[in-house]
Design a protein around this ligand. Structure first.
Ligand SMILES: Nc1nc2c(c(=O)[nH]1)N[C@H]1C(S)=C(S)[C@@H](COP(=O)(O)OP(=O)(O)OC[C@H]3O[C@@H](n4cnc5c(=O)[nH]c(N)nc54)[C@H](O)[C@@H]3O)O[C@H]1N2
Ligand SMILES: Nc1nc2c(c(=O)[nH]1)N[C@H]1C(S)=C(S)[C@@H](COP(=O)(O)OP(=O)(O)OC[C@H]3O[C@@H](n4cnc5c(=O)[nH]c(N)nc54)[C@H](O)[C@@H]3O)O[C@H]1N2
Ligand code: SF4
Ligand SMILES: [Mo]
Length: 737
């Protein structure tokens, strides 16, 4: 069969909307689907609208959902293949239990639940409640995210609950809260369209948020100037007006120097700074020595380019600054974010038409999932678990005495460290694959082996689940109703298209039954998913992430509602801060001083090359879902190490030669991809693969002191050519774990 073109627009135009449904050679007699269900893609934070085609309780294809305002039918290569997960032969069809000699054996739900609950009880009675921990994830809907927070605090009574957003949005969240008192992008993406200047910092939009590229192209068509800040000439940078190839780990020096330049050349919005912000002078003082020459010496970017970027940004009337993990996955992640926010506040261009700022949320429900309380320091509505008034409010909603509500627990990587030290003995994970996604994963593996009991809820046996004692077969995105919140802050409806196959069960049913068996059933009785959402609405009421006025009906009627939405007659808030009242206690936006400091690990004679890690367009996160879809595997079958020709020549590395990349944590072998699109001192490896192909064998467990995000984006490595040319796809993606 002919290979399909990668461009989704091309697919739709050339093949028509019935692409996956149209009878094809070799599949005669495929007839009309029973129904088409309007829902959203299960992958990234764009949450593109899609219609799933269902036949005999199976998803058999898709059609674009043209009316959904954000993507208007457009989908990326992952979006058009996502439906292939449903009937995948690896799908878990019932609970499993570890069995000596055979790996796992199927068991009944009764047995799996009994064993799980008795192990939880044993561990908590022996070592205390906090010795049993939970790791959750934000591919889960708002309802399930909320439920996991309540389940951990009310049914398990443990403080030790955290989530995979800890690897993702927490630096941005902490920075946004410091500056604005609230954690959401300021404007919806339609405001990109008429922005005069757009900065994209550490975000490979074309590969990681492909459908967002459309809004940037719309702006370009309208004459927008584009500044891309990335150590690589990413696809978006090819046509940028200015590309700043920053040395990984040095962004805050760049933003500091740009701020000083704006101040020195009086390109500031004095009225906005004086009336609506605090801390400007202290922030400026912090960068008083940050000349363009100094910034060039730290970041490796020519000073003329920094000056051009500052001039463009300083003189614009409208603008949008977007960033993602490239600046956030650092031990200075929060400082980098604040450096960007300082540039936005200095020019007052926020919360006005075509003037916006925001982090681009990564995971499908990365936005909603970071608001409703499955973070170790957070209660629903983005409330603070250490704030007595916030605790009392949530304890009342949950019907428990406030002192029974556990306090702040450990963050995700700290939890792994506590397991490694033997302090935490049990783990329940859902929607998280830490063995592939956490840094220094040889250390993570050692920790997993020390657990006395580990239970995992997933629909595939991911790499971490292979270390579990019990695996509970849960549900895919399209197997439960619910809501998610897109990267823009728009709360949308996920509609159930099919029910779980075989003996698999909806995640919600599994969590509710565990709560029942743990003796907390009276706090966990809901008629349906909407009832969970209605409780979440009340729990979020009055918090900064206020969903109280959002109902399922309102979402249906409007194709989504933007939070905050405090009352049922409130239309929702696509653009924040139009009234210039920020969510901080004093109502002002806060500048924050940022001094440059080195990353956690710098290069030296032994480890002379910078290593950074990230993504490719065809794979998603730890790859559990996308490494199972043939066409996506076909696009990029294995991770390649990107090396500049000059660096390759220095080591005598040839194209596709296997290269051993070694850091202080470990080493892996990757075929070389020699490209001119990367800095000469830096190599890049995508992280979606396990085992010997895992980038996270190499990355350090250094954390940002505030957000506790790991420093995935910079460490020091050495390179060694192995003399063997590897044919494309030869190194198998599923080798040992
Ligand atoms: N195809 C695909 N799309 C995805 C995902 C996926 O796994 N695959 N995951 C989703 C999720 S959860 C997330 S978080 C997002 C992530 O989206 P992005 O943040 O766009 O993705 P990354 O590839 O991790 O990193 C982005 C860029 O940061 C650059 N970078 C590295 N170090 C630095 C630095 O020090 N400074 C600067 N300025 N840039 C640097 C890298 O070269 C890279 O191009 O993508 C979402 N979308
Ligand atoms: N080196 C390096 N490491 C990184 C990054 C990087 O840039 N570089 N990026 C980091 C980032 S930004 C992120 S977000 C993390 C992501 O890391 P993870 O969260 O560990 O990655 P996922 O692949 O999403 O793992 C989620 C698991 O949840 C399952 N799942 C998905 N949806 C559902 C559901 O609805 N119900 C249930 N029960 N299970 C579900 C999937 O099958 C999968 O096994 O990785 C981080 N790790
Ligand atoms: S851009 Fe994101 S949400 Fe849209 S189709 Fe691609 S992976 Fe899915
Ligand atoms: Mo992420």
């Amino acid at each position: 069969m002919a290979r399909l073109p990668a461009s989704p627009e091309k697919i739709i135009h050339e093949f028509g909307p019935h692409l996956n449904y149209a009878p094809q050679e070799g599949y005669p007699g495929r007839d009309e689907p029973d129904k088409s269900v309007k829902t959203h893609c299960c992958f990234c934070g764009m949450q593109c609208g899609i219609q799933l085609l269902v036949k005999n309780n199976k998803v058999v294809g898709f059609e674009p959902w043209m009316e959904f305002p954000f993507n208007q039918g457009r989908l990326c290569p992952k979006g058009v293949q996502r439906y292939l997960q449903d009937n995948h032969p690896d799908r878990l069809l019932g609970p499993l239990e570890r069995a000596e000699g055979v790996g796992f054996k199927p068991v009944s739900w009764e047995h799996a639940m009994d064993r799980t609950v008795s192990e939880i009880r044993r561990i908590q009675q022996t070592y205390g409640n906090d010795a049993f921990s939970v790791l959750s994830g934000v591919s889960l809907t708002n309802e399930k995210s909320y439920l996991m927070g309540k389940f951990a605090r009310v049914a398990l009574k443990t403080a030790n609950l955290d989530y995979n957003g800890r690897l993702c949005m927490v630096s941005a969240g902490a920075g946004n809260k410091k500056a604005f008192g609230l954690d959401r992008t300021s404007n919806n993406y339609e405001d990109l369209e008429h922005a005069e200047v757009i900065i994209v910092a550490g975000a490979n939009v074309s590969e990681t948020f492909p459908t967002l590229t459309h809004w940037i192209w719309r702006a370009r068509d309208n004459g927008a100037r584009l500044i891309v800040i990335d150590p690589r000439v990413i696809p978006l940078a090819r046509t940028a007006d200015i590309h700043l190839p920053v040395k990984p780990g040095t962004d805050s020096a760049l933003y500091g120097a740009m701020l000083k330049y704006l101040a020195d050349h009086d390109m500031l919005d004095h009225d906005f700074i004086n009336n609506h912000t605090t801390n400007f002078q202290e922030t400026l003082d912090a960068v008083k020595d940050y000349t363009l020459e100094w910034a060039e010496s730290v970041t490796g970017i020519e000073k003329e380019k920094i000056q051009q970027a500052a001039e463009l940004w300083g003189k614009a009337k409208t603008s949008f600054l977007l960033h993602a993990r490239g600046i956030e996955h650092h031990s200075k992640g929060v400082e980098n974010v604040l450096g960007c926010i300082n540039l936005v506040l200095a020019t007052g261009r926020i919360g006005k038409p075509y003037c916006g700022y925001g982090t681009i949320t990564g995971q499908g429900n990365g936005q909603g999932g970071r608001e409703h309380g499955h973070k170790c320091d957070q209660l629903p509505g983005n409330r603070d678990i250490t704030n007595p008034a916030h605790r009392q409010y949530i304890a009342d909603v949950w019907g428990i005495p406030e002192p029974e509500l556990p306090g702040k627990g450990l963050t995700a990587y700290e939890l792994i460290e506590a397991i490694h030290r033997g302090e935490v003995k049990g783990l329940l994970s859902i929607c998280f694959n830490p063995l592939v996604s956490l840094p220094n994963n040889n250390y993570v593996r050692e920790a997993l082996e020390k657990l006395e009991f580990y239970v995992c809820i997933d629909f595939f046996l991911n790499e971490t689940a292979r270390h579990a004692d019990v695996v509970l077969a849960g549900s895919l995105h399209e197997e439960e109703d619910g809501t998610v919140t897109t990267a823009e802050g728009r709360v949308v409806r996920i509609r159930r298209a099919v029910t779980p196959p075989g003996n698999a069960r909806p995640d919600t049913d599994i969590i509710l039954e565990l709560a029942e068996r743990l003796g907390a059933g009276d706090k966990f009785r809901y008629a349906d998913t909407e009832a969970i959402f209605n409780e979440l609405r009340v729990a979020s009421k009055g918090g900064t992430a206020d969903y109280y006025g959002i109902t399922y009906k309102k979402i249906e009627d409007n194709m989504g509602v933007f939070w905050p939405c405090p009352s049922e007659d409130h239309p929702g808030t696509p653009r924040l801060w139009e009234d210039r009242k920020f969510a901080t206690p004093d109502g002002k936006a806060h500048f924050n001083p940022v001094k440059y400091r080195d990353p956690g690990e710098v290069t030296d004679d032994e480890y002379p090359v910078v290593l950074t890690t990230g993504r490719v367009v065809s794979q998603y996160l730890s790859g559990t879902q996308t490494r199972r879809i043939g066409k996506l595997v076909g696009l990029i079958p294995e991770p390649l190490v990107e090396i500049h020709p000059v660096l390759a020549a220095q080591y005598g590395i040839r194209q596709r030669e296997l290269v051993r990349v070694t850091t202080r944590r470990g080493s892996g072998e990757f075929p070389a991809n020699i490209v001119e699109t990367i800095r000469k001192d830096t190599v890049f490896i995508p992280y979606h693969w396990p085992g010997k192909k895992s980038a996270n064998q190499l990355t350090p467990g250094t954390l940002d002191p505030v957000s506790k995000i790991p420093e995935f984006k910079v460490c020091a490595c050495k390179l060694e050519p192995l003399g063997k040319i590897s044919a494309p796809g030869e190194a198998h993606a599923f080798d040992s774990i």
